[in-house]
Ligand binder design. Structure first.
Ligand SMILES: [Zn+2]
Length: 216
């Protein structure tokens, strides 16, 4: 079941108070309709019934896919609370679950897409890093022009990574299997412990490459 909380919210525009419903957790295996609302960001979208001002509101939310065995937890605060019983976590890990935490709404949605597509998110972060290097080195562009690097999908085993820049952007294609192999060959570097809901993002991959300048 999905768990919800009813809250009172004051509109930032007209100052009226009204009720909103936020999701503490969603189970997309039981409640399939909620999945699309997560992927579109709709669960974070609200509209004031008084002045019709619409906005996005981020809040802690746990996404659970029982069938594909993963959980993505949107929890922004760096001081992570012990939200789960350790026996519960152990049980999930023994079932082969992937557990991740995201620190913002957009990476939460992107992470769900990656895991829903059945991919190893470490390989996707690797691809995003490679795309960044390729863009800077081969296309001789200024890193400051880059606004964001996003996972766009996978087609015939080729990852599509979007680089968004101030003027336009580019899509970079990177073979998935080669990256996965690289990751599996360097378990010492890329190995992670799912127990603590690790944040696997650009900072995670940059840290690995900075600490190991000799790997390609
Ligand atoms: Zn309003």
């Amino acid at each position: 079941m999905s768990r919800v909380t009813d809250r009172k919210f004051r509109c930032m525009k007209c100052n009226e108070i009204y009720g909103i419903t936020t999701y503490d957790s969603v189970n997309v295996t039981i409640d399939y309709d909620i999945k699309e609302r997560c992927l579109s960001g709709d669960i974070f979208h609200f509209e004031c019934p008084h002045c019709h001002n619409s906005y996005m509101l981020s809040y802690p939310c746990l996404y659970h896919d029982q069938e594909n065995k993963f959980m993505v937890w949107l929890y922004e605060d760096e001081k992570v609370i012990d939200a789960f019983e350790s026996s519960f976590i152990e049980q999930l890990i023994s079932l082969g679950y992937t557990l991740r935490r995201c620190t913002d709404m957009n990476s939460f949605i992107e992470k769900i897409q990656i895991l829903d597509d059945g991919l190893d998110d470490r390989a996707v972060e690797f691809a995003k890093y490679d795309s960044f290097v390729d863009y800077i080195e081969n296309k001789k562009r200024d890193p400051k022009e880059i606004e964001g690097i996003y996972y766009h999908g996978i087609d015939n085993d080729v990852l599509k990574i979007n680089i968004r820049t101030i003027d336009k952007g580019a899509t970079i294609m990177i073979p998935y299997e080669a990256l996965l192999e690289e990751i599996n060959n360097h378990k010492d570097l890329f190995g992670i412990d799912d127990e603590n809901f690790p944040v696997i993002d650009s900072r995670w991959i940059i840290q690995i490459f900075e600490a190991n300048q000799n790997i390609s």
